[in-house]
Design a binder for this molecule. Sequence first.
Ligand code: NAP
Length: 490
Amino acid sequence: MSSAFDWKSPTQLLIGGRWVDAEARQTLSVENPATQEEVTRVADGTPADARAALEAAAQAFATWRQTSVYERSRLLRRWYDLVEQDRANLGRLMTIENGKPLSEADAEVTYAASFIEWFSEEAKRAYGRTIPATRAEKRILVLRQPIGIVAAITPWNFPAAMITRKVAPAIAAGCSVVLKPASQTPLTALRLGELLEEAGAPAGLLNIVTSSHAGQIADVWLDDARVRKITFTGSTGVGKHLMRRAAGNMQRLSLELGGQAPFVVFGDADLEVTLDALMVAKFRNGGQSCIAANRVLVEENIVDEFLVRASQRVANLRVGQGLEPGVAVGPMIDAAGREKVMEHIQDALAHGARLGAGGHAIEGAGYFVEPTLLANVGLDMKIMHEETFGPVLAVSSFKTEKEAVETANATEFGLAAYLFTQDAGRAWRVAEALDYGVIGLNDGLPSTSQAPFGGFKESGLGREGAEEGLDAFLETKYVSWGAVGVGPQG
Ligand code: NAP
């Protein structure tokens, strides 16, 4: 274990309110992607552990589903307070296991905590309704009830927020949870679990199985009909696999998958505001965000000025270890992540793109890539179709609004799109024409706990955050009540 970091996080599995070793006594290595050093090792859970976690969740569900929404709300509020108090520690954990700059890790703590706060309040609003019936003596009552045991599988790029965005609404709805966090960022997950325990969660309400055997862990939960909901954030490929497998037990699904966000800039946009937003939309988390701007489409009449100003900004970004002050871009998560980014850069250059900044992998320890700007990017290049997940700003130009919309929509993904203009009519037209679940209109950071986040097309199913985020963990039932005994009594 590295002693260079002063951090607090358990390293065992959380099952039934106890911290336990993996049944097979194996551990998996957690690496700092900025140094390639092992930070620590955590329990490497097996299918037996996944089953034990499920049994614990089943026991917890039997009683948690009966609690009042006020009790759930109070537990979440205590969790929120503890997460806020642990902000510095959680931020450091994220930086050492994910690589993101400390300032971004701190911002992620805020974002992650905001889901706990939001759903601590939203818990109280799982309203049902009554519907007037056809017959005078009948009443129809609509009830909203917890969906059941929830299996959550989360990615490494937002190690805290992707967990709270699922676990907080599940708890608010009255569900218990089994969670498999990404094997590359288990420490943040385990610490969040520890804080929920400290907040007074009943044993088994949240169970965490860290593991390098993702498929086998998921299989246990997919094959057990007591699990009523699979909530997943990650790649589209794994999402499709889960969707196929969930058919066996007709488990409900929420899938937050990949993106290929266009960032459309019209000639009338305020360029300074646009570039500020672009730097966030593109370089946050080193470009490893599902809503990262992947294709920047700029109106022809301003593209030259845009390129000059954007290149300067990209060249000025400081790359390095996230714990160092002033660092804006950390490493890629691993060697495969870096290879994919380099492949996109090389493919674009081979097909006629021009380099405006960066363009190289950085030698030495850590999976670093220079912040890169590519101009003259064309539709025949990989970067225009695949998710790059790296610090590469790819710019191409368009002539008309119609062309911009068509190019923006020419992808199987549909998560987020950005649109910059000062023309209100155009803003409405284009926002409505874009086939995406999230539109950043003069906004480079649209994600927030109050809004229903999620994608069209191959970017997924369902929404997280807002009232939809609670809905995802509720089942609807109606009671048709005949002969209610109304009317004059003799
Ligand atoms: P990934 O490979 O799909 O992994 C995500 C999670 O799924 C991890 O916990 C992983 O475990 C697990 N997993 C892998 N194979 C599995 C299988 N066969 N069955 C069940 N679980 C399995 O995705 P990633 O590379 O970590 O994350 C990046 C992707 O997530 C990108 O496409 C990004 O756009 C997407 N994402 C989407 C959103 C959104 O809200 N739409 C947000 C963030 C990220 P291991 O860690 O052990 O492999």
